[in-house]
Design a protein around this ligand. Structure first.
Ligand SMILES: [Zn+2]
Ligand SMILES: [Zn+2]
Length: 137
């Protein structure tokens, strides 16, 4: 019974993330979405699953600029989000998964010159995407 609850909760969470793959969400959003007529998932289960999905590289976790809220975004196709850096459009919020090669040189120099290592899974560059740039003009 306990095991079944766990699996069902995880599936319900992943379904929500897939449906919202283009949007970021907070842990609070997920807790809210997981508690309706169909599901009852407690907070700690939600948080535990979020942490696990981050470790598996299926989620990007980052602090949103401005609000400083911790946000998540699901990445079904990559599963490597802990290994590469991300860029986010500050207007529409779209997340870009950057090829590691883009940052290789910077990562090397940061290591050599400052002795620091980039935490890829938590790093998001704030950018302006082409669509939003064109709209602003
Ligand atoms: Zn990614
Ligand atoms: Zn944009």
């Amino acid at each position: 019974m306990q095991g079944e609850y766990k699996t069902r909760s995880r599936h319900a969470m992943i379904r929500f993330m897939k449906e919202n793959a283009e949007k970021r969400f907070t842990a609070g959003d997920l807790v809210k979405a997981m508690n309706n007529d169909e599901n009852k998932v407690n907070r700690s289960t939600v948080y535990r699953n979020l942490e696990r999905l981050c470790k598996e590289g299926k989620l990007v976790k980052y602090k949103e600029a401005g609000t400083n809220a911790t946000c998540y975004q699901y990445s079904e196709t990559h599963g490597q989000c802990h290994k590469h850096i991300h860029a986010q459009c500050s207007v529409c919020g779209k997340i870009y998964h950057l090829d590691n090669a883009v940052f290789e040189e910077a990562a090397k120099r940061m290591k050599n010159d400052y002795n620091i290592t980039i935490d890829y899974g938590k790093s998001v560059l704030i950018c302006l995407c082409d669509g939003c740039k064109n709209k602003e003009q």
